[in-house]
Design a protein around this ligand. Structure first.
Ligand code: CA
Length: 266
């Protein structure tokens, strides 16, 4: 019997999740799976993360998807690798022994090394996240995360044409700037609270895909789902008022009995 795949929580402990996949015979899957390829080329990922359990979760998850992965647990070593070997993308933790993640990023950009960087940040590290985007990080992921989310981010940054705007999510005429935290529907600015912003960000990351109430609770509020709560409904209602009420096309859809999603092609 196959074990359920795991996500990683902030302490680095494995947590069972009902979707995604990081278990099974990773090598066999890597051979037949083409997710980690860009064209016919294997995507090489450098992971700089000192928390060994998280690093190993990321390695296993990415290798199972066909990526080639190298891990460093130390900032100085990681920086040396990033500057001396040809990777397609770096996944970079912020708090590290030796050089910290933001210094690594700053040094790479100072040396005009265009290696795409995805930052791994704790939810409390909002300032670091913004500083990272300012320094030229391509995207970020907040711990805890699902391996599929990291895979999607890696594909987005490796696919992104040079010169495409960074850190901006768009669905139809709705846009979200992750750096300035501006949200606009057409030309109209929308004011959101931090929670509303995070909820909308999750919906905008995967337009068309349904997020269940439990997934929303876990990602936006970081706690286990209490089926009795109507927290999610309340926040969805607020978002609808701000995002959809004045617009002819309603973007936020309810999928009855399942959850919510953004209309993929408005
Ligand atoms: Ca760390």
């Amino acid at each position: 019997m196959r074990a359920l795949p795991r996500a990683i929580d902030r302490t680095g402990r494995g947590r069972r999740v009902a979707r995604g996949g990081t278990t099974g015979d990773a090598r066999a899957r890597a051979r037949r799976n083409t997710v980690g390829h860009f064209g016919s080329k294997v995507v090489k990922v450098l992971v700089i993360e000192d928390e060994k359990k998280i690093a190993s979760f990321v390695r296993k998850g990415l290798e199972a998807e066909g990526f080639m992965v190298e891990v460093s647990h130390h900032g100085d070593e990681g920086y040396t690798l990033a500057t001396s070997r040809p990777y397609d993308v770096a996944v970079l933790d912020i708090m590290l022994p030796g050089r910290d993640g933001l210094s690594i990023l700053r040094n790479l950009r100072d040396r005009k090394i265009p290696l795409p960087v995805i930052l791994l940040t704790a939810r409390s590290e909002l300032n670091e996240r913004l500083e990272g985007l300012n320094l030229g990080a391509d995207d970020y992921l907040t711990k805890p995360f699902y391996i599929e989310e990291l895979v999607a981010r890696i594909h987005a940054v490796t696919r992104r044409a040079t010169g495409a705007p960074q850190g901006i999510l768009t669905v139809g005429d709705l846009s979200m700037n992750l750096l300035t935290r501006e949200v606009k529907r057409g030309e109209t600015a929308i004011e959101l609270t931090p929670r509303e912003f995070t909820l909308l960000e999750h919906l905008m990351r995967s337009p068309g895909r349904v997020l269940t109430r439990a997934q929303i609770c876990e990602r936006v509020w970081e706690y286990d789902f209490d089926p009795g709560t109507n927290l999610v409904e309340v926040y969805i209602q607020r978002l609808r008022k701000k995002v959809d009420a004045e617009a002819p096309v309603k973007l936020i859809e309810t999928v009855r009995g399942v959850g919510y999603r953004l209309k993929p092609r408005p």
